[in-house]
Design a binder for this molecule. Structure first.
Ligand SMILES: *Cc1c(COP(=O)(O)O)cnc(C)c1O
Length: 447
């Protein structure tokens, strides 16, 4: 089979997968998972046939996917893939661009620059900021926090690029009690061991309590949250950022999914966020772009460009080339699916997507309360944390609902109590899917 025929065959199989996405179980059943044993083969000495390889992947692989690209996947904050973003990604595969610099790909460099500007516009963040397109909110937090570390040390007269960390002035890092684990990971990789992190106590909703904010100074990085991973709550950004600005601390905001609230009628949650120094958000969660694609946004463009610089004699580029703003040197153009999503949704479409999920989450919370569930969070966004009766009943209800195929969602522990964690973030999720989930949960609770 020729290359083009093989690609057409892959397309045919992809189309057939998508045609069935609404019927697919959110989590593959036991038989489908058992089918994965066919992949347990030894590395072949001689190459195998490409068509047969594709067939194997589809026949045994497709059934063992989670239907996270479908309408009833309520786990984590996964999001699906918007058709326009997935189509752009498909074309990009044929291009196979290395989107490091203008020299390696004029089209990638051009569109990513525009996508960066559009993001600052959509999210209403300082227009002078640098925008780096990285693999994940984790990697982008690492980039932003590197810029923070560099800047605060430079102010103390310390050049980290030259002198490294040994003997450097101490940088304090203040994080929320409910900080996301990946921000901890980024800090750990940057040399801020866990005993050096100062924990800011939170209020009953899991937001940093401004009255108990640890002291800040010009050697402090304050990490805030726009969208806590369980509850979707926002730290009181305006008052905290105001305090940090007065103390000349650096503020980094983890907005992996929550930052998108700023585009919607929930914008008030993000009030004051524009005063921070750096922000991270994902495309692959709430914007519904394919994996993997995220953004590092840094007000001080020069700080990010210096911290992430990777110019070499054989590969020089402008300070704002993507390879100088992100961890990756060779990379695909993650900004292009984000550009395609923004272009096809428009400002209004992004707002509608976010609002629809928030409204559905509020509706679901009401239904579940009526059915006797304890809704542990305030449901300010797209996240629900719920329990029913005992820990055992709660876990049993989850399993029953998953078995019916009405939805998949995970468990969490909120304020010491195991609970179901339900997220609404797929563009495919319609009211009937949420109603189906409510019905399945209520039925499981009654029995
Ligand atoms: C998912 C998430 C992250 C990490 O994002 P990745 O893209 O998975 O690295 C960080 N913070 C919050 C609040 C998240 O929900």
């Amino acid at each position: 089979m020729s290359e083009l025929e093989l690609m057409a065959e892959a397309d045919r199989r992809a189309r057939s997968y998508l045609e069935g996405i609404e019927q697919r179980l959110p989590f593959p059943d036991q038989a489908a998972r058992a089918g994965l044993s066919v992949f347990s083969e030894l590395l072949p000495d001689e190459g195998r046939d490409a068509v047969e390889t594709l067939q194997m992947l589809d026949i045994h692989g497709s059934p063992a996917t989670t239907a996270s690209n479908g309408p009833r996947y309520f786990g984590f904050v996964i999001g699906a893939s918007l058709p326009a973003a997935a189509a752009a990604e498909r074309l990009m595969l044929a291009w196979d661009q290395c989107a490091a610099t203008y020299d390696t790909s004029p089209i990638a460099a051009t569109i990513e620059k525009i996508a960066g500007r559009w993001l600052l516009d959509a999210l209403d963040l300082p227009r002078e900021s640098a925008v780096g397109f990285g693999t994940s909110a984790t990697a982008c937090a690492l980039s932003c926090l590197s810029a923070a570390r560099r800047s605060l040390l430079l102010r103390q007269g310390w050049d980290i690029e030259r002198d490294g960390l040994f003997g450097a002035p101490e940088i304090r890092v203040v994080v929320s009690e409910t900080v996301h684990i990946t921000v901890r990971k980024a800090l750990r990789l940057l040399g801020f061991g866990s005993v050096h992190l100062v924990t800011a106590p939170v209020d009953a909703y899991g937001r940093i309590d401004p009255d108990r904010l640890p002291p800040l100074d010009e050697k402090t990085i304050l990490c805030l949250q726009a969208g806590e991973v369980n509850t979707g709550e926002f730290d009181p950004l305006a008052v905290l950022i105001d305090a940090a600005t007065k103390a000349k601390a650096w503020v980094h905001v983890d907005g992996a999914f929550g930052l998108w609230a700023r585009t919607s009628s929930r914008r008030a949650l993000t009030e004051g966020i524009e005063g921070a120094d750096s922000w991270t958000t994902d495309g692959h969660k709430w914007l519904n772009t394919p994996y993997d694609g995220a953004v590092a946004i840094c007000r001080d463009a020069e700080a990010l460009a210096q911290a992430m610089n990777s110019d070499a004699v054989y590969a020089t580029a402008s300070a704002d080339a993507q390879k100088n703003l992100t961890l990756e040197f060779s990379r695909r153009a993650r900004g292009i699916p984000i550009w395609a999503a923004l272009r096809t949704l428009g400002r209004a479409g992004v707002a509608q997507l976010v609002d629809r999920h928030c409204n559905e989450a509020a509706w679901l919370a009401d239904r579940l309360r009526e059915s006797g569930f304890d809704v542990l969070n305030r449901v300010v966004l797209n996240q629900l944390v719920v329990r029913y009766g005992t820990d055992e009943q709660t876990a049993q209800i989850r399993q029953t609902v998953i078995d019916t195929g009405a939805g998949w969602f995970g468990m969490t522990v909120w304020q010491g109590r195991p609970a179901l964690r339900i997220s609404l973030s797929s563009w495919r999720t319609e009211h009937q899917d949420v109603a189906g989930l409510a019905e399945a949960l209520s039925t499981a609770a009654r029995n």
